[in-house]
Every structure is written in structure tokens, then in C-alpha cells.
Design a binder for this molecule. Sequence first.
Ligand code: F6R
Length: 646
Amino acid sequence: MCGIVGYVGARPALGIVLDGLRRLEYRGYDSAGVAIVCDDELRTEKRAGKLTNLEKAFGDERFGTGTAEDTTTVDSTCCPAPVGIGDGTAGIGHTRWATHGGPTDRNAHPHLSRDGRVAVIHNGIIENFAKLVAELEADGVEFVSDTDTECAAHLLAAALADLRAAGEPEGPRLLAAAMRRVCQRLEGAFTLLAVDASIPDAVVGARRNSPLVVGRGPGEHYLASDVSAFIEHTRDAVELGQDQVVLITADSIEITDFDGAPALGRDFHIDWDASAAEKGGYDYFMLKEIAEQPQAVADTLLGRLTESGEIMLDEVRLTDQDLRDVDKIFIVACGTAYHSGMIAKYAIEHWTRIPCEVELASEFRYRDPVLDRSTLVVAISQSGETMDTLMALRHAKEQKARVLAICNTNGSTIPRESDAVLYTHGGPEIAVASTKAFLTMVVACYLIGLHLAQVRGIKYADEVEAVVSQLQGIPDKLRQLLASMEPVRQLARDLSTANQVLFIGRHVGYPVALEGALKLKELAYMHAEGFAAGELKHGPIALIDQGTPVVCVVPSPAGRGMLHDKIVSNIQEVRARGARTVVIAEEGDTAVARYADDLIYVPRTPTLLAPLLTTVPLQVLACEIAAARGHDVDQPRNLAKSVTVE
Ligand code: F6R
């Protein structure tokens, strides 16, 4: 997930683009760059690190010196800012969250054509980039970065050259025509913006499965990943549809489909102001990240299935034989990541028939677990820097076990020290409480389970495809679910004065209950506990008093019937003791409705995948209860996003 801005108008583009990038920095901040068209030339500048590094490259006198906290040194001898870059009135800018290629100056966007006259920035993943790179290399193109994006720059330059050679008239529409040709070659998800030095008064954009909006100003237009980039200049915007190309000049917006047929965007007015922009219009980063979950899950699934139906991991330094030799799996993780591992255990054991244990990373090495060459240790970490998990991983490696990492942060320590990696493509998570990272870690665990089952010959390609296709249906179900959260918000206001909230679940609903309780503890500072529903009668049921809220995560009645019946009995038990039951159940589950004081339905989905849906109302509940109690939702007390001490 990256942030993208484009501008054409009468004012200097550089300042406008940099301001837009500042507002989009939440989308990624491992490098940033701009390309400005001036004097029939392209002036580009890019830097690894936060945006402030890029700003410093333009000199204090024009764009300030960045934030006082940032102490990163900028090497001013590397690509000094060219004179005149501040004068151009058309330009593009990018703030990156690395997917292909590490976060370096070289891999930062924009990427240029060989002659340096075409610049492209990109958000998304070009799935067929390997094939395109091979083709371009065969034509003599030398790649200078490790990104999937660079091929789009070379393809665009080639398309422009072909159109010019065919006698097409020079001008902005030539750029749009060339972009359409490029889009027809690309697979995957992308937002692309491009400029051409020979077409100084236009920026072209294209969109497939990745966001792009147009801002309308008087005598100027903007393109951006979201409206926050241009909200201080205009509140009139146009949302593009899928598979559309948009060409902006100072006076016009032209939208077509990828075949060149005229198309329409959706006009809208933005009803919030610039002060909310950093959070994309949400009150908290956490709410924004909850809302991003459909896209985060879709991005994590993107490009995972090869044409022959095999699951692809990212970096694999293990052979299929290594995976066939695995006779035991340990999942190690902390906090929310640990809960994702608990869910994974159900799926992995069911699909692979390999015994799978889930361990708190902070406890793992102290109990001297039995590990050897045929043990697979799966280390799950959003940040990739959690010290407890890193230490567990190192212990596993010392004992000769193989380590596979699931991580949301490209190039961080945990994936670097592992034998294989599967990156979640959840995008940067800023709120301390993990939401979208949790869902994407669960998805990644499912993919690993399927991969192991396939390599070991337990599942055939068509069976794997069937599960992947169920997973691919999750983003739409999440969108539907997120659109129905208003009653949960109301309920949160009601529960915000409770002394405690208990959560119960069975099977994969049990870790969901634990996760719901953790979210409430860390955000609302309330006593909250999650239990396996069957354990209540062995002690915790004594906690229930008149009106105690008990959140019950109910499995699908269409799945294992016995599971459903058992939890319905547990709900009756707590109700009989005065509990207020908040029931999370599958749409159409009328049997449970009569035992629910509050009922939240989630869309139907197979039992093993249900946590991807049932967790969401619990995230919203915790966030809203915390807000109602007046807490800082994004930065709860005593916590930090990345825990680098043991
Ligand atoms: C809770 C939360 C933490 C993290 C834990 C592990 O909302 O975010 O419990 O899950 O600190 O962090 P990572 O995944 O970065 O290893």
C-alpha cells in the first residue's frame, strides 16, 4: 500500500505534491519521490526513509527542514536537487510501503524510462511482472531497480514511441492512449500515475483494484490515492471506476475504459476538512484500519495461486522435500498475532494432519521444547521486530528447526532470519491495536496450511483452489459486514459503563473470544476475559452477575451441528445467571436469536474461515467503547506498536 499524488495547474506543483504526500504518509513511509515536468524536462528526486528526507533534499529555504525528531542524515551529494524543480506546474509524487524490492533510494518511486523522459509511480502489485521483465530484457532494457513498477515505465515509453511512430498527434491524449496500452498488458492490482517530459501539461492515471480519486479545482486538477491529499485545495472530487484511465490537464478531466471508450466517474463532495485528513477522514487510525480490512485481505490473497493451482510463498529457502519431512509444527507469536496462530492450528491440523502447537513466543525457549530438523516453526509478527518472537525463532534455529515467517513488514528482522517468508500485504498499521494485520495474518496462515497440504499430497490443486476461492469471497463479505456496524456502535455506548465484559467461544470462536477480550482490555482499560465456552462451568461462571455482558461467538449451524448446539447451551447457562448476552452469529441462525439480548449477524461462511468475519464486530466494539470512555484509541496507555524488548 503506497500513497500517490498528481497535480496539473498554474501553481508550482512541487509544494502541492509534497503536501499531498505528507497527508498520505500513513499509507507507507519507507521512501518517497517526485517527478516534476519543467522546461521540457523531467526533474525527479527520491529518497529512502520518511518524507522528511525527501523534503530536505530540496533545501531548507524552499520546503522547510522536516520534523525536529527526524535525525536521519541525507547525503546531499547523492542526486542533488536540480535547479528549477520548483517551477514546474505538473508533477507526481509517491510515498512507498515496499512490496517488491527493499526500501532503498533505488527502489523508491518514480521509476523512469531509459531516456529519463517518462516517469511512473505505482500502488499495488503487478502480478505478471516477471514475464514482462523477461520480455523487456530480451529487448535490451536494463532494469535499475528490484521493483515490479519499473516495467510499467519501460512499457509506457515503448507504447508512446509506437504511437508516435504511427503518426498519432502529439499532446495529452497520446499519453492516455499509451497508458491504455500498458494497462492491457498488466495483471494484478495497480494504480499508476505517469508524466512525459514532452507533454508538459498533463498527468495520466489508471486504476484496477487499487484506489484513485480526482480532485477538481479552478484551473487545476489532482489525482490521489485518497482525497486527504488535496482536501486543503478542493472538496470536489470524482471517484474512478475499476479499469479506467483518467487524463487530467489544468482545464479538463477525461475518463475512458482500458479500451478507450468514454467512461464516467462518480462526482462527490467531501464533507470533512483538512484537519481530519491524516486519518483519511476517520476519527482514529484504528477505525480507518478496520475499514481497510476488505482491501488488506484481498491484497494478501493477490497473486498467491499459480496457473497450475499451487500456492506461492514470497521467499522460500526450503525445498518441497523439507516441507514433506515436517512431522510437527510450532506456531510462535505474541498478543494478537498469537491469537491468529491459535486459529491457524485448527485449519492446519485439519488440512495437513500434522500435529500443530501454538506457543507464546515469550515462553517458548524457556520450556525447552523438543525441536529438530523435521520441526517447522511458524513465527507470526506484524512488525517483524518483536523481540520475544525473534528470540523464539533464534532458539528454534539453534535446534536446527526450519522457520517460516508470516510478517507485514518487508525486510524486517524476523523474515530476514527465517528460512521462508509469507508477507501479508495489509499495508502500514499505525494504530497500536492490531486489526487489519490480524485478519491478514489469519489469511496467511490458511495459505501456509494449504501449501503444506498440497506439497504433502493431501490436497489436490482443485481442493486448494476451492478454499482459495472461498477466501476470495471474504473481502465482499467484510464490506457487507462493515456497512452494518451502526448497532454495534450503539451497543458500545451502552456497554461503556460496564465493570467487566466476558467473551466465550468454541473451536475457532475461542481464539476470537480471546482477541475480543484483548482488544477491550488494551483500548478501554476494562476487565475483559475470553474463555473456551465449555470451561465456564469449571470456574469462570462465578464471575457472572446480574447484567454482566457476555459476548458469545457462535459457529455456523450449517457447520459442525454439535458445536452450535453446545454453545447455545452455554449461552442459556450464562443467561440463567443474569448475563446480558451479546451474540455474534451467522445470518439466518434463528435458533440462537431467542437467547440473545443483543444480536449481531455476520455473513455466512465456512466454519474454519469464520474468524475473518466474527472478529470484526469485536474490533468495532472495543474501539467504540474506548472512545466512549474518553481514551486515546490509537495510542493506548503503556503500549507501543513495536515491542523490541523481552
Ligand atoms: C494487540 C497487539 C499486540 C501485538 C503483539 C505482537 O492489539 O497489537 O498484541 O499483536 O505485540 O506484535 P507483532 O505482531 O508486531 O509481533
